[in-house]
Design a protein around this ligand. Structure first.
Ligand code: KIV
Ligand code: ZN
Length: 508
């Protein structure tokens, strides 16, 4: 059975989505999780784009031991040099070169002739090959390029040392038949095709990104580029989880499979939502809230029997469990740690201590602690794992439907100093954010705010994601509590800490 390589570009193409930018720590957290998921290649960003992108790519390159790490680079020597500088510490580095090939982009953006593009391909792949053995060459806007010219470009790239050739459907324009046919044509006509891996890269403007990627697999592509939750510019990229689960459910049809650890899918999806603050739509295949929900009464007989006769997969296959562990004050650390491990978290000693402490506090407030609660606790701890310029000491809210809400907040600064301020607002959350703004002494604007319940039930934990901006910079924050006002305050403080952390990293 062919094994399809998953090339994850969540940290590059996905991050280009408005509102999805990630700081270095968030990229490292995400990259670690992608490695646990078992993706083969992680595109960590565009190292040559800015100093902070360079730092993030280098940090991810240093962090990973199993996955290949790549960074996209324009086919220019100065970009290739800085890309390699960021990647060279990776255990398995790959340079990802990009050059447009459609006449539209050649004329309007590159302002080069086809002959000049062929020459640039030859020279830049050769240049990059001297630095790195593994070179992926992408022909931007491939699906709107002249196929004969595209074949020549790939032939040139392969002769110069490319190991992977990628055929992006950059504007999400192709249909599955067309895209498959293009790949078939290229595999059959490009000299040297048998020595390289063919890769697909599909955008979802017509809602066809996953279908096109699967068509590419049928046509002989052995690598697919995709993102978690399908995030990406405009309508996004092909969703990794949908491609992987289709291959799992229909491997006989595709004659292909993947070594991805599907039990990590749900966790990876949730981590990305936490980091970006962008939730997946409830009816999203595989990872949406309703993907496995079944309303009894609307189902044909037999559907509730729990076998696969009416389901193409089980929720457990993507790491979704319905288990509940009922652990209270008496529960031992041992049983709790075992459950955390079963959920797929490999936590170190310090993290496991914090986690256990927070679990105990939660078990005091909540009757049952489900796996989802534990996962949310882990997400919250990961989100708070940055230097804390401010920490919440206490808050007091005075609110009602006949008074102006006020909030008094006390924060502890990095140096241990305590500041307390009172402010009013449109509601208790607004009043709290205003009080925090007074303490931090800067103009902070709330750009986005979203709130959700981790589980069902009146004692559920609330999770809040916020995005703030201040002096031209933006940052996100996450907060978790059984009290939604506290969750909001924690998310806001977390965002301010991220803002300060990002700024200090940029200054370094
Ligand atoms: O959509 C696209 O063309 C891309 C390439 C740069 C790979 O993201
Ligand atoms: Zn793209």
């Amino acid at each position: 059975m062919r094994q399809i390589q998953l090339f994850d570009t969540t940290l590059r193409d996905g991050e280009q989505t408005p509102g999805c930018s990630m700081n270095m720590k968030e990229k490292i957290d995400m990259a670690r999780q992608l490695e646990l998921l078992g993706v083969h290649v992680i595109e960590a960003g565009i190292a040559s784009a800015s100093q902070s992108d360079f730092n993030s790519v280098r940090a991810v390159a240093r962090e990973l031991h199993k996955a290949k790490v790549t960074s996209m680079s324009r086919a220019l020597t100065k970009d290739i040099d800085s890309t390699w500088e960021a990647l060279r510490h990776a255990r398995y580095p790959r340079i990802h070169l990009l050059l447009p090939t459609s006449d539209t982009l050649l004329e309007n953006r590159l302002k080069k002739s086809r002959q000049e593009v062929l020459e640039q391909t030859e020279q830049m792949v050769r240049y990059a090959k001297k630095l790195c053995e593994d070179i992926e060459f992408s022909a931007e806007d491939a699906t709107r390029s002249d196929p004969e010219f595209l074949a020549k470009v790939f032939e040139t790239a392969i002769a110069a040392g490319a190991t992977v050739v990628n055929i992006p459907d950059s504007i999400g324009y192709a249909t599955p038949e067309e895209y498959g046919n293009l790949i078939r044509f290229l595999r059959g006509s490009v000299k040297g095709a048998e020595h390289v891996v063919f890769s697909s890269h599909c955008h979802n403007d017509l809602g066809l990104a996953v279908a096109n990627s699967l068509s590419a697999i049928l046509a002989g592509a052995d690598e697919v580029q995709c993102t978690i939750n399908g995030i990406g510019e405009r309508a996004g990229n092909a969703a990794l989880e949908e491609i992987v689960m289709t291959l799992k459910a229909r491997s006989a049809y595709y004659g292909a499979d993947t070594t991805i650890d599907t039990a990590q899918i749900y966790k990876t999806s949730r981590l990305l939502s936490t980091i970006t603050g962008i939730k997946v739509q409830p009816n999203k295949a595989i990872v949406g809230e309703n993907a496995f929900a079944q309303e009894s009464g609307t189902l044909p007989p037999g559907m509730l029997s729990g076998n696969l006769s009416y389901e193409s997969m089980k929720p457990e296959a993507v790491g979704l469990t319905t288990n509940k562990i009922v652990l209270g004050k008496q529960s031992g650390r041992h049983a709790f740690n075992d459950r955390v491990k079963e959920l797929g978290y490999n936590v170190d000693f310090a993290l496991s201590n914090t986690l256990f402490k927070q679990f105990k506090e939660l078990a005091d407030k909540k009757k049952t602690v489900s796996d989802r609660d534990i996962e949310a606790l882990v997400r919250s701890i990961l989100a708070q794992e940055i230097p804390k310029s401010y920490a919440l000491e206490r808050y007091v809210i005075n609110t009602g439907n006949t008074i102006t809400p006020t909030s008094s907040i006390a924060l502890i600064g990095e140096d241990g100093s305590r500041t307390e301020k009172v402010a009013s607002g449109f509601g208790p959350v607004d009043a709290s954010f205003n009080a925090i703004n007074k303490i931090v002494g800067r103009a902070v604007k709330l750009e986005e705010y979203s709130i959700g319940a981790v589980t069902e039930g009146r004692d559920a934990q609330g999770e809040v994601s916020v995005k703030i901006s201040s002096e031209g910079a933006t940052a996100k924050g996450y907060g978790l509590s059984t009290d939604v006002i506290e969750a909001s305050i924690l998310a806001y403080i977390n965002a301010i800490n991220n803002l300060i952390y990002d700024r200090s990293r940029e200054e370094q």
